[in-house]
Design a protein around this ligand. Sequence first.
Ligand code: 5GP
Length: 189
Amino acid sequence: MNVLKERILRDGKCLENGILKVDSFINHQMDPVLMKSIAVEFVRRFASTDINKIITIEASGIAPAIMTGYLLELPVVFAKKKKPVTMEGMLTTTVFSFTKQRNYDVCVSSEFLCRGDRVLFIDDFLANGNAAKGIMDLVNQAGAELAGMGFVIEKAFQYGGEYLRKAGMRVESLAVIESLDDCKIKLKD
Ligand code: 5GP
């Protein structure tokens, strides 16, 4: 997706430890026009996939997920990082955060993720795949099915993509970073 790749090269910044900062257009300030193009591309790629719901994890996955849900006219559920006292039938799992280097719990209500659902997981980044594994766990607990996963940016030098594809998961990434070595962003063609 050229418009996204150009934006990453223009405005993305490399941090230490293999982290790409995209907070001027995705993670803090958001560009809704770019976000719409991202959603259009997800819709194109998953056009033939039978889904009835989109799932993501708060907070950064919500923007691309809601745009995609808007275009597909499907509900969007986000896994929450804080357990609301009012939540009924809570499903929980533990996710290791790559950026914060610690575990956190995420939860979703079985009212909104349940048997018979065919869900598409959308997130901003794919690194080691821990968020994706957490979603797989929640979907399994719910007795639902995961029909695919879409990431705005995949970092191919980490192992999430390889793991998920080997596990038979349909994974679509709109921009793939080959390396951030020497603080240079190298994109896959
Ligand atoms: P994973 O669970 O695949 O290891 O990491 C994905 C999650 O960590 C994403 O939801 C994203 O929030 C965060 N993340 C991983 N790598 C990066 C990165 O390079 N930059 C930013 N901004 N977030 C990242």
